[in-house]
Design a protein around this ligand. Sequence first.
Ligand code: SF4
Ligand code: SF4
Length: 376
Amino acid sequence: MNVSVYACPAYSLPDLEQALIRIFQDFGGLEKMVPAGAPVVIKPNLVSKRPPHAAATTHPAPVEALVRLLKTRTEDITFAECPGGLNTPAILEGVYKTTGMKDVALRYGVKICLDMTSERLHCPDGYVSKNVDTLSAIARAKIFFNVAKLKSHALTVMTGCAKNLFGVIPGLMKAEMHARFPDIHTFCRFVCDINRTITPTFNLLDAITVMEGNGPTGGTPKQLGALLGGTNTFAVDAAGAMLLGIDRKEIPLFQAAHDSGLFPFDTPVVVWGDSVEGLVLSDFVLPDTHSFHLFRNMPKVLQKLLRPSPSIHKKNCIGCGECVRDCPQKTISLLCTKQGKKRAKIHYKHCIRCYCCQELCPVQAVKIKRNPVSFL
Ligand code: SF4
Ligand code: SF4
């Protein structure tokens, strides 16, 4: 499997365009992928309403560079994405605006998909699911660019192109999938099934500024300086993991891809492009949850005891109710304080440690708390 990696120290449009031209040339040229005039769908990672500098979402600059190149082939370009939580047109508009994608869309005449209807795609070889409910705009797309962000992730350790495809599932249906696949290993197998069902025409990974720590939204931006591209989601992510200095075997999604035969650990990944020597991070901070999936053979009760828990930081909580709506287990409620303010409270008995509340809290009031036993 081949992956192109080019150094891009900053979000400079001319540099990004040059890097993209070289990436596409490595794979036979954009003309080969996009017939003249063909409709194209671009799916960035717009997990929530965060500005580009927060590094929680795909930066608009590489998407703009891609749009500029695509415009030489077609005028019919659509952005399609299902952020976490409710996906009403007003919420989607807000996400596209804050993430900088609306500006790009307006400047280049790109359509934004606000129609969240879905279609059931069949996955006869699925490991844990025989179907995937997919946003119609993506389900029907003949040419589909997956433009992901390289980040740490409290649930899956790392997220890139493969995990970005979980975002083809509209709105609160994602929470249903977390409830249906409550442990990390079956959840990752489900993400593998999505990757079996949906094959992007091409994958790009924004690793110019990555996120470390308790991502995908609560971590810290970190400079890496690379743009990656390839036709296989897991191969691109494998190169991304290498740049972050993470062993693939420590990432549950790669474990699931290995177990399900989708991308065995010994799959060779050949890196084209610039030398990666100066790009590999030696001090990337993993999420606090990172080692816990390695205990997957432990009894469930011990796993539950050791696994870090979400914890509401009461002073930061603004009582917006987002976590209450999004929790797949419906195990968070809003309580009234003596001062009459609303604050979220987690009832841990039914918590499956999916960390959706941490991912979607708009003010980062949900922290990851390690159980004291796990420090022993
Ligand atoms: S924890 Fe966050 S998402 Fe939940 S109610 Fe408080 S501010 Fe809103
Ligand atoms: S409380 Fe948070 S981590 Fe627990 S099930 Fe609900 S969303 Fe997931």
